[in-house]
Design a protein around this ligand. Sequence first.
Ligand SMILES: Cc1ncc(COP(=O)(O)O)c(C=O)c1O
Length: 418
Amino acid sequence: MAATQLPFQTSSSSFSKPLRHSLTRNPFSQNPILPLRPASLKPLVLRAVVSQNPSKSLTQDPQTTPFKHCFSKSSDGFLYCEGLKVQEVIDSVERRPFYLYSKPQITRNVEAYKEALEGLSSVIGYAIKANNNYKILEHLRQLGCGAVLVSGNELRLALRAGFDPTKCIFNGNGKLLEDLVLAAQEGVFINVDSEFDLENIVAAARIAGKRVNVLLRINPDVDPQVHPYVATGNKNSKFGIRNEKLQWFLDAVKAHPNELKLVGAHCHLGSTITKVDIFRDAAVLMVKYIDEIRSQGFQVDYLNIGGGLGIDYYHAGAVLPTPRDLIDTVRDVVQSQGLNLIIEPGRSLIANSCCLVNRVTGVKTNGTKNFIVIDGSMAELIRPSLYDAYQSWFLLLHLMLRFLLLMWLALFVSLRIS
Ligand SMILES: Cc1ncc(COP(=O)(O)O)c(C=O)c1O
């Protein structure tokens, strides 16, 4: 188990190679290298609705394969992690608060995906944004994962952690030219997100002197039925390209055979998805796009269906789809087309392996509200305060007694004052 978040220096990265251009902007863009005009559009008007009968697409009953958790509350009232009393960890560490991770749980999570993917040619690209702890990255790399990156820093971090660049995918709608150049030099796959992004990737390929393997990030316009903040695959999304624009992008790739090699298509519907039939809807649509792409002479071998599998936030015994449920819904679609499957799990690989351990600092009352003050803050965990996300919490027994004592004292003091 690891009980730290390691700081990581990126400024002195050995991967920053000197370049002749300042790269604050695309040096080629004075003379636009792409015909940024509506190309001869051959509209592919495909749109999905959510499957009406999810059970048809599931080949295994999700009720039979619940995810295992490494944290459990014992009858003595204490929290245990892999059989270790969390209180004992608290007593042994010097600095608080801290994140406590279970390495075996991370391994089990990866194994669950690997087992689900058996028989398929695949890449598990861990979405580094879910947790960029360096030790965790090294562990995931040792387990054979690739990495999904959304910034230059994540790219440098992944390279430093030793990820195989050909198992890395550089995503995002605002990728910087200098980072694209690094990705091109290292042979990382790059997702094309927009017209200007494609222009920058072409420029990066020229500067790096390398032909770049690219995937087109297409919005299949499937409603993932999740919080709007984490729904990213619909037609108004800030990510990816509208499916109606596919032909323009195919023409642009054809116009740059020395710079771009189109190897696949990508989509990411959103996060916290709990109905796996949505992934099937998306895969079916994506395969239609791939058919269209192949019919124009491209040899595309990769289908990237992104991340997004939901997790057990509430710890209330909900039965959620497992990696096997997810993969089994798309298996036949992928196999029938002879595609390599890329998946990009983030939270489902890491979230259940970790807890933030805080201590109660004191209790205070303002107005009609009582506050339990702890030594952790939004600096350590921003989600609940950022967008009201639910956070499961657990009060250890002796801390609870301490808390009750403090509450009693506060009440006693306020009675004496009044
Ligand atoms: C492109 C992409 N891939 C993968 C992920 C990881 O998603 P999740 O953590 O829901 O698995 C994200 C999350 O935002 C993403 O944007």
